[in-house]
Every structure is written in structure tokens, then in C-alpha cells.
Design a protein around this ligand. Sequence first.
Ligand SMILES: [Mg+2]
Length: 293
Amino acid sequence: MLLASRVWTCLCFMIKKQTRAIIQHQSVKYDLFPLSPLSRHRLSIVKRKVLVLDLDETLIHSHHDGVVRQTVRPGTPPDFVLKVVIDRHPVRFFVHKRPHVDFFLDIVSQWYELVVFTASMEIYGAAVADKLDAGRGILQRRFYRQHCTPDLGSYTKDLGAICNDLSSVFILDNSPGAYRAYPDNAIPIKSWFSDPTDVALLNLLPVLDALRFTADVRSVLSRNLHLHRLCRPNRTDIPVNSSFTKIHRIETPSKIVDQVENCIDNIVTQVQEFDSTKDSKKFKSRIPQRMCN
Ligand SMILES: [Mg+2]
């Protein structure tokens, strides 16, 4: 009986695993339909925006000769090998492209000006960008380690140097430290090393498709960054009276309770005032009884 139970459990596990594999390997596509006249008009009145792209663990993952820790499953062939000379030593980089990266670049290059910004050395970053560009001419502006700012043992990327209008520039980067100074101009993405079923780039297409229509990317990208706000209570880069600052102000739980109670008090007051008018009987039937008492 115990054996039968274990066999059944094993069978269920195998079936679930196969089902998951089939689902994950289904081809995914993002159809580009012609824009409506209204959408075309909307695009014509907002600026074309700049999408800044990180390389390592965002668009690709690489390892080089003599690497101690293997991050890619042994036997997985690289998409391309780069031979660069660093400090007079030839080094081979085995580069793996994140799934769907070519399709992703193809699509987003139609929506945005693309800029590569990597904290890697130029000799390596430029070679990777060339390979990803593949002669399409879509990754022409590039920034490297020498353009980063050393900060707490890592590198931050100055988006202001790429585009002085912060309403029109944002970065896609797996390292939050890279955009520490620009949390409202960033889209986080999970670091990628080797998962062949990864669809993070595809999943971003709908939001990137929509973001190009905004007047200010920060009005959307700031909505999910309350943790940044909690860490940095004394922000000075956004006017205090801007609408999205008001909307996304973090309240303490006790303050929220106060607000809810005030709201209920207001409703009860309005009901009581209405109660004294001639139409109160008709209105009263639509109000929960506990509010009328
Ligand atoms: Mg990275």
C-alpha cells in the first residue's frame, strides 16, 4: 500500500513537471498592431524617450577562462565567445544571451532610443554591445565603467549624463545600486544567469509599450518604489507639491486608521444632516442600517 502511494506520488510529480515544461516552452510573441489615430496623436505630443540598458545579468550572462564558480549548467554552449586583451593578457568570455533578448531589442528599438550603460570595462562592454546590435544600428550610444560613479563598493549610473530631461529617461538594470540616485527612473529586473525558460524580457513588453505614451516616466515608475521612499525620507529631487508625491506618500498605519475613521465620521455626519431633510426616508432605505443609528 505504501509502495503504491509512493509510486502514485512520483507519477503525479512527473506529470506536473512535464506539464510545467510544456507551458514554459510555449512560444510567446508580442504582436505589434498599427497605432490608432488617437495613439499616434498622443505619441506626437510626448517626447521620444531613452531606454538605458544594462548588460550583465540583464541582457546577457558571461563567464571567462579560469572562472572558479560555474554559473551556467555544464555543457551549455555559449551564444558567442569574445576574445579580449585585458592587462596584456588574452581572456576569453563565454557569453550567454538572456532568452528572447534579440526579439526584445528588435521591438523596443522601435519605441525608444536605446543606450547601453554597463559597469563593465569598455573593451568587453563594447564587444558585447556589437554582438547584440548585430549590425542593426540600434545600440550606438554606449557608456562604460569609466562613466559610472564608484559608490559603496559598487557603481552607480548617472542617468542625468545621458539625458538631462529626467521625465524622458529610464534604466532597466538588475542591480538596484546602479540606479540608487534615480529610483523613479528605473525598472528592476531579476538577475539572469542561465535559466532557459526565463521570460522576464517578454513580460516587460506590455509596460514598455505603454510607457512611451506617458509625459513623464516617473509618474508610472515611482508607483512601485515605496521602499525607496521609506529609505530616503528627505527627498529633494521631486517638488513636494507634485501630484505623484501626494499620491504615493507613505503613511504610518496609525495615520491610515485616523484617515479611515475621519472618513466614516464624515459619512455619518452627512447621513445625519440628510436625515433632517424631507427626502430622508427615500435615501435612508439605501444606507446600511448601522450607519443610520
Ligand atoms: Mg548587471
